[in-house]
Design a protein around this ligand. Structure first.
Ligand SMILES: [Zn+2]
Length: 266
């Protein structure tokens, strides 16, 4: 099994300090906030190849951007180019797993006409995110993405909402990690004795190891998100499990080194 990250340097995620924080406004970690007080993180995706399956984990921001003023700037645009760089075209993708349905994780599922981009793919996501984002018009979502989901559901397209831990291919299991969103899930990729976690936004940045109260402003249930985050950090402490999230710097895999104060090690 090969797992390939697709860095998307021009799908950046500008993350202002308060975005990761509770009040009072945090200080420190100046190295992270180098661009006018903003952390500049990737919007990343991962490609997992196993047997005859080519599984895309998360689907980026799409050809869009969203400016939330002083809080956050999301810029998309490069995922399809990133796929081409590793020799993959959209019809090659057999499965898309969306860790959750925030705009920066499902943006390439449908084009601006709400037509499927990955025409042969089964799409996996947490069922509770459907209720939260797609069924509920009061929660913001790009119109063409919401419409695309609804049209796909009507057509009987291959949408696979899940509520329980689910193995979708040999060595690829979805596990429920709610908190950031109600249906947030992570992916366990295992091969031989090796194991990796693809964390979506359950861990947004390794700085959360030092600053557990720095929660993503997108967390719908911050307390649950923090508990799940701690559970995942413990798994990443076991010496055999590596992890990477959709916004971790350089999309680098890392683990937690226990000892005098835990630290993130890549
Ligand atoms: Zn995200």
């Amino acid at each position: 099994m090969i797992s390939t990250s697709i860095p998307s340097p021009t799908e950046p995620f500008g993350l202002h300090r308060p975005t990761l924080a509770t009040t009072p406004a945090p200080t420190g970690h100046e190295d992270l906030f180098t661009r006018h007080g903003m952390a500049w993180l990737p919007i990343g995706c991962f490609l997992v190849r196993t047997g005859d399956r080519t599984i895309l984990v998360d689907a980026g921001m799409g050809p869009e951007m969203r400016d939330d003023g002083p809080r956050r700037l999301l810029v998309g645009g490069q995922l399809l180019l990133g796929l081409r760089a590793v020799g993959v075209t959209p019809p090659d993708i057999t499965d898309v797993v969306c860790t959750h349905l925030h705009a920066d994780h499902c943006g390439w599922l449908f084009d601006t006409e709400a037509e499927a981009v990955f025409t042969h793919a089964t799409v996996w996501f947490g069922a509770h995110d459907w209720d939260h984002f797609v069924a509920n018009p009061d929660v913001w979502m790009f119109d063409h993405i919401r419409h695309g989901f609804r049209v796909a559901a009507k057509r009987g397209a291959r949408l696979r909402p899940v509520t329980l831990d689910t193995t979708i291919a040999p060595g690829v299991t979805l596990i429920m990690t709610p908190g950031h969103t109600p249906g947030h899930l992570s992916i366990v990729v295992s091969s031989g004795g090796r194991r990796a976690l693809l964390l979506g936004d359950a861990i947004v940045c390794p700085v959360q190891l030092d600053e557990p109260t720095w929660q993503s402003i997108g967390d719908v249930d911050p307390e649950l998100a923090q508990r799940v985050q701690e559970r995942l950090f413990r798994e990443l402490e076991d010496g055999t499990t590596l992890g990477a999230g959709a916004h971790l710097p350089e999309l680098q895999f890392g683990r937690v080194l226990a000892g005098q104060g835990r630290r993130w090690f890549t």
